[in-house]
Design a protein around this ligand. Structure first.
Ligand code: UT7
Length: 457
């Protein structure tokens, strides 16, 4: 893309925050007109810098971030080159729940589309599940942890309020000394994180970013409350986003939030407003509370609209979307969003029947399955949309690049024999379990009430 005149000036000013422009030399004059007055320490006055100074200053400032090719700068895109998921072994069916709650398989299937969900074992944690999904994504990408530049973990159920679970994941993966942070944006957290990863790639700050969506909500559920316990499940999904000069990755996005609906989906205690205490436990404030009807109405109001906006922002129509991967919260909500955006049934990916609502993990788990099943292919255009506590929502249109095959491992060039794959997987999961157990042993008080074992075998 080559810009001239006003458009160039506008892009130049916006370029401090993103890198989507190419500079053509003859237009430096009009470009410098866009420069705001600067404060000079020397004179003590605001003044306009000269054209040459302005260009030199900005080039110095931006030069390290962009590939300057002659008189042009190239845009960097975030290509998804690896994906992976981890779901706990333990399956809890609707029938099993119906044995201890006043509910039925018919009600749950009809109202939500859920048939079963995965529940983490007592020795599993958000970090252990995140690491397992991340390892799979790295393998598919043909990268090692030391190739990563940044880790973003989207979760609302971290191992601890502090330290950030992202650092535990970074350490366990062996991605020495790189930046890592946890992003809390409820169920849309993965889409928020993917968009954030895209900014780090576009700015030139990182070449490979690991993005994880992971939740262990079963630890925050009152298993006697039928309005929440039938809905949620545990799991993790991860992707590797790599810099590319081919147009791909997040083409457009819409992020939204409306705090006026905060009380509709809330975990009241455990934060600084209501710290963990005996009273909080007695009142059950340590469990997730939801006004299902309100959240349902909110979701059907915002999702279809956000999806349409993201598709339009990308300059596309519903016909251009190859696969719609929505947050798996409720089959009726998914249907409503697809209908509003004009996406036919065949283009919608649904796996809520097997996993329930895994919050921030639901889109990356679904994406991994879509890749594995060949429903998402190289060059495809995908649409993501999610909503959740906050209240929050997010939509993104994502184009898959041409490089989807693993570079070195997995289904790619080096195919390990079955026995070696099994041996490797056993060794990795044993190490994860030992690490998780050791962690749990160190941080837990021995007499702590073991309510987490409710669904652990
Ligand atoms: O990631 C975001 C997370 N949150 C969500 O996605 C929640 C969005 N909301 C929903 O998915 C739906 O509102 C629910 C599935 C939670 C509930 O479905 P609904 O069609 O909105 O049902 P409702 O809340 O209006 O309840 C209808 C009836 C009520 O009984 P009465 O008052 O009509 O006698 C409930 O008490 O269904 C009853 N009910 C149940 N019955 C059997 C509520 N939960 C259950 C249950 N089993 N598990």
């Amino acid at each position: 893309m080559t810009l001239h005149g006003e458009a160039l000036s506008r892009e130049w000013n916006r370029s401090l925050f993103r890198s989507s422009f190419v500079v053509k030399t003859p237009d430096f004059r009009s470009l410098c007109k866009a420069e705001k007055p600067v404060f000079s320490k020397k004179t003590g006055f605001f003044s306009r810098v000269s054209d040459t100074e302005c260009f030199a200053k900005r080039t110095r400032c931006l030069g390290s971030k962009f590939d300057i090719l002659g008189d042009t700068m190239t845009q960097r895109y975030g290509n998804i080159i690896g994906w992976g998921k981890y779901t706990p072994k333990r399956v809890v069916t609707n029938h099993e729940l119906a044995q201890r709650l006043d509910t039925s398989d018919e009600w749950i299937v009809a109202r939500t589309g859920i048939r079963e969900r995965r529940i983490a074992a007592a020795d599993e944690t958000v970090s252990s599940m995140a690491v397992a999904a991340a390892r799979e994504a790295l393998t598919v990408a043909g990268l090692r942890a030391r190739d990563l530049g940044l880790i973003i973990v989207a979760t609302s159920s971290p191992d601890h309020l502090t330290p950030p679970v992202s650092s535990q994941v970074q350490h366990a993966l062996g991605a020495k000394d790189i930046g890592a942070f946890t992003l809390v944006a409820a169920c849309p957290g993965f889409v928020y994180s993917l968009v954030t990863a895209q900014q780090f790639i576009a700015s030139g700050a990182c070449d490979n970013v690991l993005v994880i969506g992971v939740e262990l909500i079963s630890r925050f559920i009152d298993w006697d409350d039928r309005t929440t316990s039938v809905l949620f499940g545990d799991g993790a999904g991860a992707v590797i986003v790599q810099a590319s000069d081919k147009p791909c990755g997040v083409l457009a996005h819409v992020l939204g939030s409306d705090g006026s609906g905060a009380e509709h989906l809330i975990l009241p205690a455990g934060g600084s407003a209501i710290p963990a205490s005996h009273e909080a436990l007695v009142d059950g404030l340590n469990y997730l509370r939801m006004n299902g009807n309100e959240v349902f109405k909110f979701a059907t109001r915002v999702l279809g609209k956000a999806l349409q906006q993201a598709i339009a922002k990308a300059g596309l129509t519903a016909d251009d979307i190859d696969l719609f991967i929505p947050h798996q919260a409720n089959a009726r909500i998914i249907e409503s969003a697809a209908r509003q955006a004009g996406l036919p049934h065949e283009k919608v990916f649904v796996n809520i029947d097997r996993y329930g609502n895994t919050s921030a993990a639901s889109i990356p788990i679904a994406l991994s399955e879509a890749m594995e099943q060949g429903r998402a292919k190289a060059g495809d255009t995908l649409a993501f949309v999610a909503f959740g506590a906050g209240l929050t929502w997010a939509a993104a249109v994502v184009k898959l690049g041409e490089r989807l095959a693993p570079a070195r491992v997995s289904q790619g060039l080096i195919q390990l024999p079955n026995w070696a794959t099994r041996l490797r997987d056993t060794a990795i999961s044993t190490m994860d379990r030992i690490r998780a157990l050791d962690w749990v042993r160190r941080v837990r008080r021995p007499h702590k009430h073991e309510r987490h074992d409710l669904y652990a075998r």
